[in-house]
Ligand binder design. Sequence first.
Ligand code: FAD
Length: 390
Amino acid sequence: TDRVVVVGGGMAGAQAALGLRQGGWRGAVTLVGDEPHRPYDRPPLSKDVLLGKSDSTAFDIDWDHLGVELLPGRRAVGLRPGLLQLDGSIELPYDALVIATGAAPLALPGTEGAHLLRTLDDALALRALLTPGKRLVLVGAGWIGAETATVARQLGCEVTVVEAGPAPLPGALPAELGALMAAWYADAGIVLRCGAAVAGLEPGAVLLADGTRLDADEVVVGIGARPATGWLAGSGIDLDPSGAVLVDERLRTSLPGVWAAGDCTSYPSARSGTRLTVQHWDHALQSGSAVAASMLGSDAPYDPVPYFWSEQFGRMVQYAGRHTDADRLLWRGTPADADWTVLWLRSDVLVAALSVDRPRDLNQARRLIDRATRLDPGRAADPAVPLKAA
Ligand code: FAD
């Protein structure tokens, strides 16, 4: 029978394997992953796992029952048409292949020895070190930095966050919103140093470029992640300059019989008018399902409204859509409120929304963005009125 091999045991790979079975695929399915664990979920790692509320985030899927063969602890090292090469000189023939190797955290030169937070093992190792009174320096005030800082404070650590940009999340959000989030750090008793460059590590300290020495028992670097696709060099799979696998609107790569999903991909988004590399959970889930459907013959283009959430400083932060600096930012509520939403409009059409503790706004916005709905800005600005079309 035909054999599908899925490489990568994260959300995208797991959804692909599950989706093949749910879609009626009867051939062999093998799920290969380099981690020594059964396929598991990542978002809880910087939340409940780090906090000690959970030790395992394995997907609640009965792989034996589904007839999916798991090959954990095996790294893909090369690809030739019809043949996947694994470490240990193992060669795995395939009829169809899914690349779902996700992303690997970026290291910061000069900070060798610092912790990164991507895997279950990373989270368990870090958790063991975050005891009360420990001085933790976090490099990067991004999503991972904010969540890790939140948990470290709950665990009783002294936390300093060093950010190169002028405010948290400099790449993702306008400075006006970043400045609001900076107050969340202060309220949580965290020292946030923006506009600061890390020069290197010393025993027990982080050195900044301006000569400042920050005492540190532990250092965590959270400055982003890059597609984990180095193993595809020379395979004939086209990558973009960041290393993301270039797929078409049905998630097919440049090599016949090979698809890709999740954090490691760049897909053409007609609704966004550009290619997107999305490193968030919802994309891993949806593209994993979509890749299975595509392999089974569906010709539906993959192009959902991008969505993600982050739990930080006791708040639920959610974002849907995609905005640019040219779009009009409209407040729904005020920054003085405990919960608020901002909308981005392009010629009065809703293109993106960010909400803080207003999940209903976000759900409504997500649907309206999907339908490229025109809003009445006056009504949309009133948080008491449900979001709806003009
Ligand atoms: P991954 O989850 O990275 O899985 C890829 C798997 O492939 C990994 O197990 C990797 O080890 C394996 N692999 C890599 N190379 C090879 C190889 N050569 N051979 C074999 N296996 C290989 N998103 C949100 O929207 N909200 C959140 O709150 C949120 N929190 C997060 C918290 C943390 C700590 C992290 C790390 C991520 C978080 N994310 C969150 C992002 C989300 O988890 C990712 O977008 C999602 O995990 C991507 O799934 P994936 O399957 O594409 O890749």
